[in-house]
Write a protein that binds this ligand. Structure first.
Ligand code: NAD
Length: 319
């Protein structure tokens, strides 16, 4: 078991936390949760896919590219943080095959720079946000952390290399391999956010697009549950690699069925050819996180979809 004494015991303590990518989907929810519990939050984001409007007014936003070491140093000059949550990344699987250099630079140089600055600024803990959905390849059985990584995409490959950078760095760290996250505020124009895309279609009364026969499966984990995992991880009691997912593989057809029971029939269904190189089944086994007292999923898919549709204003449309 990869457990260690707490690096950051926050009893009576306000943490100063650097959140990279804090204007994005996941990062902005992490920022909100940290602010809500009274921590001081510094955000670095280049706003390339994030949005300034997502950033909690109580957080301090510095606009900079994490892969540009001097720009990052300038943006964070004079700042101190106890811990970093490193979310900033390019995240599109298909795009990563077309823009290899961009993905390599942002994911690898970005991680290297944030690690280096965190050490230099005396941070004592690093939470590395990695991917479970894109790192194991096909998972006929939900993958636990002992399964060798086999990423088919450049995105997954660079995330795996970034994990190595974090592991071999001299700062105490945890890497969370997240399954497919869904929830409010997820962009509707990015691949991977199929639930956000579908709910957007329902809301606007536009047809949904189904690729292939809709049988490919993902492990969908609710944003609120993922944020809980990150908050617990920040205490520094757990080190190493942990899967954060539900251990349940759900097909796109099943997502549509559950949304239909919530929102009524889809406004239309457009069938499209299966996308090349699509993983058929991606699912992570979260047993280790539960066994070590780090985290377990709480929100069932039907409930998470209801919360997401409500937050996006799609439930009202269904009435
Ligand atoms: N959404 C998911 O299902 C999922 C699943 C597994 C892992 N992840 C990981 O979670 C993290 C956040 O992803 P997300 O879904 O919130 O995506 P997102 O695009 O909403 O957030 C990424 C954020 O990083 C910022 N960013 C991108 N390049 C940057 C750079 N060079 N410098 C500074 N900031 C930069 C973007 O502007 C954005 O705000 C990523 O590391 C991603 O790999 C996401």
């Amino acid at each position: 078991m990869d457990k260690a004494p707490p690096a950051l015991d926050r009893v009576g303590l306000v943490l100063r936390v650097l959140v990279t990518g804090g204007a994005g989907f996941l990062g902005s929810h992490v920022v909100d949760a940290l602010v809500a519990r009274g921590d001081r939050v510094l955000v670095v984001d280049d706003l390339s896919t994030g949005d300034r409007a997502n950033v909690n007014a109580a957080a301090d936003l510095r606009v900079a590219d994490v892969s540009d070491s001097s720009a990052l140093e300038r943006a964070l000059a004079g700042q101190r943080w106890d811990a970093a949550v490193h979310c900033a990344a390019k995240t599109k699987v298909v795009e990563s095959m077309e823009k290899k250099e961009l993905y390599e630079r942002v994911i690898l140089e970005g991680t290297r720079n944030v690690l280096k600055l965190s050490r230099g600024h005396h941070a004592s803990f690093f939470v590395n946000i990695s991917t479970g959905g894109a790192i194991y390849g096909e998972t006929p059985v939900c993958a636990d952390e002992t399964v060798p990584v086999d990423p088919p995409s450049n995105y997954g490959r660079f995330k795996a290399k970034a994990e190595e950078l974090v592991r071999s760095s001299r700062i105490d760290s945890i890497t969370l391999r997240l399954a497919n996250i869904y929830g409010a505020r997820q962009r509707k124009d990015l691949e991977g956010g199929v639930i956000a895309i579908f709910i957007g279609c329902w809301k606007r009364r536009e047809p949904i697009t189904l690729f292939g026969d809709g049988s490919y499966q993902r492990d969908y984990v609710y944003i609120g549950d993922v944020v809980q995992a990150i908050l617990t991880a920040l205490a520094g009691r757990h080190r190493g690699v942990y899967n954060i997912g539900t251990g349940i593989a759900t097909s796109v057809n099943d997502v549509v069925r559950t949304l239909t029971s919530l929102l009524g029939a889809p406004p239309g269904v457009h069938q499209a050819a299966a996308r090349p190189a699509e993983i058929l089944r991606a699912c992570v086994d979260p047993t280790r996180a539960a066994r070590d007292g780090l985290w377990q999923p709480r929100t069932a898919l039907a409930e998470g979809l209801r919360l997401t549709a409500a937050a996006e204003g799609a439930l009202a449309t269904a009435d």
